[in-house]
Design a protein around this ligand. Structure first.
Ligand code: HEC
Ligand code: HEC
Length: 457
């Protein structure tokens, strides 16, 4: 519950409201004299403040409203602060307020971030044996120019979740690449810093490290991941920032100079370092603990019979004609290896895809074939987010592929016409069940990939 209060709103009045209505939290939103009050409900309570700016907030606790004990002082970028406190006593109250005389607190790592005493292992994740040999070895787009280090990826994680990267400090990379959604966006089109909509569906980032063509975006317009990571920051719809303003803004935060020093050996904040750290974090989003991964080691004995039927359909081992999904979604990363494809979504091409960038006619309507890892979590689907669920995707491949000159061969049947799979309802359900075996619930909850900020966003 959030309520706007004028400046100098009296504590007593707030107290009456709280007791009368059992609100768990009230937030007064003016920086000059803000007051938030929260009362323990059982033993847990939550406070929240919203106020644009980059201010210091003081949190205090009391059981009698007479003596207040300081709980913590936080520098809250963008004034967005949601925090849960626990206290054994019933009726323990918390308040936060803004004190103009105490705004000089520095944003040290300890008050800005929740980081473990010993850093996580980002540099050498344990990988299945199949990732260490071809064909997957050849898919790895990490190069000697930017090899992952634990400190570099940690800095990347902090940057990834930091709203300072957008001009008005309103969104971070994670706003459009949400961990619970396989680092994708559940909205068809993401909203940028000023509320404008983009024109494509956000991409899931699971195992982005493994893409042999090494290019990024649906239309592959970024030649490397290092090049890609600076593009949303400067995009006028997405984050609207200039790189000069960004380096200045980050250099002003002591905790950043600290993290840059740990990652790169000196505290200097530079565009090149920002791009490399972000790329290191994206390459740390490694998913190898799905039901499918276990199955790959035990002959799929852990699969239900429905999932195994779906697996045979996906790999073209049953069905007439065979579905051959695995001709384009290859390897244990379920990603295309060396070519680009058109899967017959539409004609004429509303979005010209890779051809729109290269100008090559044979590439019109062709797109990067993304990994299907964690596909269950990354709805909606396709470059324009046209399908809201996997049932719709499967029905599209079953009966909806649209004829066009650039339609890729695996989706062509007799005489080059679009393939019709004629799957029964049971087989369609089996294919969906198989796609869901690619879900890695550990990844969606892994703390080392989660929001490190101390603001409980
Ligand atoms: C406003 C939403 C938004 C923000 C903010 C955003 N992205 Fe994205 N991201 C997208 C969309 C949409 C796409 C697909 C765009 C396209 O292909 O044209 C995408 C694509 C990507 C890709 C390509 C994945 C692939 O497999 O090719 C990467 C990597 C990525 N984003 C990383 C980031 C990083 C790092 C940041 C922060 C610096 C960021 N994004 C900020 C929406 C966003
Ligand atoms: C000819 C190559 C090809 C074949 C065969 C193919 N796909 Fe795809 N797939 C693509 C391309 C290309 C895209 C991205 C298309 C776009 O967004 O424009 C895609 C996208 C997808 C997506 C959405 C990915 C996302 O992140 O939004 C799913 C799910 C999918 N395919 C599943 C399948 C299944 C299941 C089959 C078999 C029935 C299959 N595909 C067969 C090329 C193929």
């Amino acid at each position: 519950m959030k309520v706007n209060r004028p400046p100098h709103f009296a504590l007593a009045a707030t107290l009456i409201v709280v007791l009368a209505t059992q609100f768990t939290a009230l937030a007064a939103l003016t920086p000059s004299a803000s007051l938030s009050l929260a009362r323990t409900n059982g033993s847990v309570t939550s406070l929240s403040i919203s106020n644009a700016g980059d201010q210091v907030w003081i949190v205090q606790g009391s059981s009698n409203f007479t003596s207040w004990t300081e709980v913590e002082i936080l520098k809250v970028f963008n004034g967005s602060y949601h925090c849960r406190y626990t206290n054994g006593t019933e009726n323990y109250f918390y308040r936060t307020f803004y004190d103009a005389t105490r705004q000089t607190i520095i944003s040290a790592t300890t008050n800005a971030l929740v980081l473990p005493a010993t850093n996580f292992n980002y540099a050498s994740p344990s990988l299945p044996a199949t990732f260490l040999v071809n064909p997957i070895l050849a898919e790895d787009n990490m190069t000697s120019i930017n090899t992952n280090s634990d400190a570099g990826a940690l800095l990347g994680r902090v940057l990834f979740y930091d709203r300072r990267l957008s001009t008005n400090q309103s969104i971070s990379c994670a706003s459009c690449h949400q961990q619970a959604h396989g680092f994708s966006d559940p909205r068809q089109f993401s909203t940028g810093f000023d509320g404008s909509l983009g024109t494509r569906n956000s991409m899931g980032l699971s195992n982005a490290r493994w893409y042999q063509r090494k290019k990024f975006f649906w239309d592959e317009r970024a030649a490397t991941l290092e090049e890609q990571t600076l593009m949303p920051i400067q995009n006028s719809v997405e984050m609207g920032m200039t790189l000069a303003a960004l380096t200045n803004r980050l250099a002003a935060e002591p905790f950043y100079t600290n993290l840059f020093a740990q990652a790169f050996g000196s505290p200097d904040v530079s565009t090149n370092r920002i791009s490399r750290a972000l790329a290191q974090f994206v390459r740390s989003i490694v998913s190898t603990q799905s039901k499918y991964d276990l199955g790959a080691t035990n002959g799929f004995a852990n699969f239900t019979s429905q999932e195994n039927l779906g697996r045979l359909i996906f790999f073209g081992q049953t069905g007439s004609p065979p579905a051959n999904c695995s001709l384009c979604h290859l390897t244990d990363n379920f990603v295309q290896t060396t070519i680009i494809d058109n899967n017959g979504l539409e004609f004429p091409y509303v979005d010209k895809g890779i051809g729109g960038i290269s100008g090559v006619a044979a590439e019109l309507g062709k797109f990067k074939v993304p990994s299907l890892r964690n596909i269950e979590l990354t709805a909606p689907y396709m470059h324009d987010g046209r399908f809201t669920n996997l049932e719709q995707v499967v029905e599209f491949y079953n009966s909806g592929v649209v004829s066009n000159g650039n339609l890729s061969l695996p989706l062509r049947g007799q005489g080059g016409a679009p393939l019709r799979l004629n799957l029964t309802a049971d087989k369609k359900a089996a294919l969906v069940a198989f796609l869901k075996t690619l879900t890695d619930t550990n990844l969606a909850a892994d703390v080392k990939l989660s929001d490190p900020f101390n603001y409980g966003n």
